[in-house]
Design a protein around this ligand. Structure first.
Ligand SMILES: [Zn+2]
Length: 161
C-alpha cells in the first residue's frame, strides 16, 4: 500500500470517527430532556428552562390557540405600525396599531405567545434594526376575541389610514 492511499484511508477513518454518534443519547435529545428544546419541533426554547419534556407555544398540546400574523414597520415620527392578519394572511385580525415605543412591541409579543423559540426575540430585534419585520402570535380565545373586537370599534371612528 503506498503512502497516498494510506493517507486517504486514514483521513476517511478520522472523518467517520468524528461523525459517529456518541454513546448514549444525542445532544439534541439530551436538550429535550433538560427542557431546552421543544419536544414537538425540536426548536430551542427560550430561558428559563425547566427540566423535563417541554413544548413551545406553537406545539403545546391542549390549549387551543389562534395564530395571528403580525407585520410591523417603522413609520416616522409615530413609531411602529403593526398590522394583524388571520392565519390566511389576508383577513384582518384586528385594527392596526402604532406603538411609539418598540418595547411595547416586545411586550405584545411576549403576552401573545409570539416567542416560541430562543431566537424569536432576536428575529424581532433584527426586524426593528432594519425597520420592518414579521412574527406570529399564538392567542388564546379571549385574546383573539379582544383583538377582533378592535375591528368593530374601528368602524365607528374615522381611521387615520
Ligand atoms: Zn415546538
Amino acid at each position: 500500500m503506498n503512502q497516498k492511499i494510506l493517507d486517504q484511508v486514514m483521513r476517511r477513518m478520522e472523518a467517520q470517527a468524528r461523525s459517529a454518534p456518541r454513546k448514549g443519547i444525542s445532544p439534541a435529545r439530551a436538550e429535550v430532556r433538560s427542557g431546552q428544546r421543544c419536544m414537538g419541533c425540536m426548536g430551542l426554547l427560550p430561558p428559563p428552562h425547566t427540566p423535563g419534556v417541554q413544548y413551545c407555544t406553537l406545539c403545546r398540546p391542549g390549549a387551543r390557540r389562534h395564530t395571528v400574523y403580525v407585520s410591523f414597520k417603522r413609520c416616522h415620527p409615530d413609531g411602529w405600525h403593526c398590522e394583524f392578519f388571520e392565519w390566511n394572511l389576508i383577513t384582518p385580525a384586528g385594527k392596526s396599531v402604532t406603538f411609539r415605543d418598540e418595547r411595547l412591541l416586545f411586550k405584545m409579543t411576549r403576552c401573545g405567545g409570539g416567542v416560541p423559540y430562543a431566537h424569536s426575540l432576536l428575529h424581532i430585534a433584527a426586524g426593528i434594526r432594519v425597520g420592518r419585520g414579521t412574527f406570529y402570535l399564538r392567542l388564546t380565545d379571549a385574546q383573539h376575541k379582544k383583538l377582533q373586537s378592535t375591528l368593530q370599534s374601528a368602524e365607528d371612528t374615522t381611521s387615520l389610514g
